[in-house]
Each structure stands twice: as C-alpha cells, then as structure tokens.
Design a protein around this ligand. Structure first.
Ligand SMILES: Cc1ncc(C[n+]2csc(CCOP(=O)(O)OP(=O)(O)O)c2C)c(N)n1
Length: 368
C-alpha cells in the first residue's frame, strides 16, 4: 500500500472514540492470570512507596533541584509498561520516576540518580527530571514541557526508516497539549505514518491551572481528530484498561498508525514536592484519595481471592525493605568528582568545542 492510500484509509477511521472510561470490573479481572495481576499490584506499590520516600528524602535535602511525583498515576504507568515490548521506546516528561521503575530499572540506581550520585541511571548528571537507560529503551525524562515530543517523533521516523520493529511512546501531561511541539509532532507523525503513541496523562492540572481553563477542547483525546489519527480516552486508574488501550495502539503502530491516548487520573500532591497545592480545594483532593487506584486494585484483587490481607502485609513489608535498600545504596554511593562534571554531557569534551574529527574533515575539504 502506498503512503497516500494508507493515509486515506486511516483518515476514514480517524474519529476520536467515545469516552471509554470503564473502571475495574470483576468480569475483567476473571479473565486475567492471577500471578500477573499480583506483579502489576506489586509494581504499583513499589512506585507509591518509592515516591513517598522520595518526598521525604527531598525534605531532608538528600535530593536537590526539582522533584515531581507519580502519586495517583501508578495504575497508568503499570498498565502502559505491561503492554510495551522490549523493542518499544519511551520518552517522558520530568514526572518519570515510576516509568523507569516499571520499565525494569532497579530502584537503587534510580534513587541514586535523584541523589545526584555516580551510580545513578544517568551517572548523577541528570537528577530527578533526566532519568535515562538506553538498554531499557528509556530515552529520558525532559524538563522542557513538550521537549520530548519532537524527539520521540524523530525516533518513530528512525524506526520506520531503518525498518525496525517497535513503537515509540511520547508521554506528556495535559498542559503539554497546548505547546506548539505537540501539534507539530502529531501532524508529522500522521503525514509520515509513524509508529508513535502520544500518551497524555490528564491529571486535571498543569501546575496550578485547570485543564478547562487552559484547553479550548478539554476532552483532550478529541484533538486527535485534527490530525486524522485515532484518539482514545481511558480510565488511568485502571491498569488493565490502560494496558489494553496501549495494546490497541501497538497494533495500529504496526500499520504506521499513530495514536493519541488520554489516560485520566488524579495527582495526589502538588505539582512538585515544594508546591503547597493551595489552588485546589482540600475536600476535592480528599475525594481523589477515595478513588485511589492502588487501594481500588487491592480491593478488587482481594474480592476475587487473588490477594489475602496477610499476603498484602508481607508484600508491603518487602517493598518497604526494597525502597530502604535503594535509599541506603544512594546514600553510600559516591558523588561525581568535580573534574568529571561535564563527562557524558556534550558530544565534545567541552561545551561548544569543535569536534577534532570534524575540524580535520573541514580542514581537508578546504584544502582541496
Ligand atoms: C517550555 C516550558 N514552559 C514552561 C515550563 C514550566 N512548567 C514546568 S511543568 C509545567 C506544567 C506542565 O503540566 P503538564 O503538561 O500537565 O504535566 P504534569 O506536570 O501534570 O505532569 C510548566 C508550565 C517548562 N518547564 N517548559
């Protein structure tokens, strides 16, 4: 099929699907493998505890710079990673601790990165907002809102150009859908039929601004229609609904179809650890806690005989221990030596230095 006919075909299918928020149902749980569900639950607990302890370490001045937490978004992260395959790539914003954990990074090197230590996943040069692991195809957290989107789109182009398998995930927050790079990226992904899934984590706020105050179309998945791609909205508090939606995106990506997936959940705390969250009614935030995806998932597992309270207690203790070990590892790791500060930062050994190889090449060319 030529590129043109392919695009025409998908344009016909390109309607934003109806709101698919469905919530965890006992029926959907019964179709699942219990051991796999317990793995999902354990990872959600790990992210929750890792983030709670990160907040504590930040207030104890072990972590510097900015620090944004995934509290309340654990189900979306676990659902996403449950669907992704090793050949897929992921680019995220700065709220990414949970993503790299669920992708398979060990908690120790992730915590060490938050502490700015040499043993961190980015060798202590990145910190909380710039986690990276090339072996896991985890291509980084980015601090510039929307900065990750053109890079992810380019990675999609690279996969297509090199005829490699895999889909690229471009994760972002709701407010990022108002950045120019969002629109340029969706447009190019459609024009070039790239295997990219744009994943919007709609937690209701961009810093202190409500989605409804900043976005002319607050049902963000509908924005896909402007680029002739499929838009879907899922309940981001349901790991199984997210996983299945990502699997559908993977199938589309195999045919060069991009997807815009909007996962709706709540941010339990302020924008970052230092945000006192005064712009939200505390009563409203309390209601978010009542639909906590972690407790909800535990309850459904218990109701279906997959998790007993005793098992849960044991799991909680194990994960507490695992996170404590990550903190100990970070504490005991060395900080990078000052003279190595710019190592791994630039293509050349000093910022903006002319690459000696390139200079040689230029010189040879000029001499001709
Ligand atoms: C280009 C740019 N503009 C502004 C900022 C400041 N800023 C940091 S986070 C943020 C809000 C982004 O919200 P959202 O995309 O919803 O992501 P969330 O924080 O909810 O994950 C803003 C405006 C920035 N980092 N980059």
């Amino acid at each position: 099929m030529t590129t043109e006919t392919k695009r025409e075909k998908s344009a016909n299918q390109a309607v934003a699907t109806e709101n698919t928020l469905n919530g965890l149902s006992p029926e959907s749980i019964k179709k699942e493998d219990p051991a796999t569900l317990l793995q999902y639950y354990r990872m959600m607990v790990l992210i929750r505890k890792f983030e709670e302890r990160s907040a504590e370490m930040y207030t104890k001045a072990r972590i510097g710079g900015y620090c944004h937490l995934n509290l309340g978004e654990e189900a979306t992260i676990v659902g996403l990673m449950a669907a992704l395959r090793p050949e897929d790539y992921i680019f995220t914003n700065y709220r990414e601790h949970g993503y790299i954990l669920a992708r398979g990074a060990k908690p120790g090197p992730v915590m060490a990165e938050l502490f700015g230590k040499e043993t961190g996943v980015s060798k202590g040069r990145g910190g909380s907002m710039h986690l990276f692991d090339v072996n896991l195809h985890f291509m980084g957290g980015y601090g510039i809102v929307g900065g990750q989107l053109p890079l992810a789109t380019g990675a999609g182009l690279a996969l297509k150009y090199k005829e490699k398998d895999g889909m690229v995930v471009a994760q972002m927050g709701d407010a990022t859908t108002n950045i120019g790079a969002f629109h340029e990226s969706l447009n190019l992904a459609r024009i070039w039929n790239l295997p990219v899934m744009f994943l919007v984590i709609n937690n209701g706020y961009g810093m202190g601004t409500k989605v409804e105050s900043a976005s002319a179309e607050p049902e963000l998945y509908k924005r896909a229609a402007g680029y002739n791609i499929v838009g879907e909205r899922v309940d981001g508090k349901d790991p199984l609904a997210v996983r299945d939606a990502v699997r559908r995106a993977i199938e589309r990506a195999k045919n060069g179809e991009p997807t815009l997936l909007e996962a709706v959940s709540h941010r339990f705390k302020g924008h970052s650890v230092v945000d006192p969250d005064r712009y939200r009614d505390p009563e409203m935030v309390k209601t978010f806690r009542q639909s906590d995806p972690l407790f909800n998932f535990a309850r459904v597992l218990e109701e279906n005989g997959i998790l007993t309270p005793e098992q849960d207690n044991k799991l909680q203790e194990e994960v507490d221990q695992e996170v404590q070990e990550a903190i100990d590892f970070a504490e005991q790791s060395p900080t990078p030596a000052i003279e190595t500060m710019f190592d791994f930062m630039y293509a050349t050994s000093v910022a903006n230095e002319i690459d000696p190889q390139w200079a040689q090449f230029k010189h040879a060319k000029e001499a001709k």
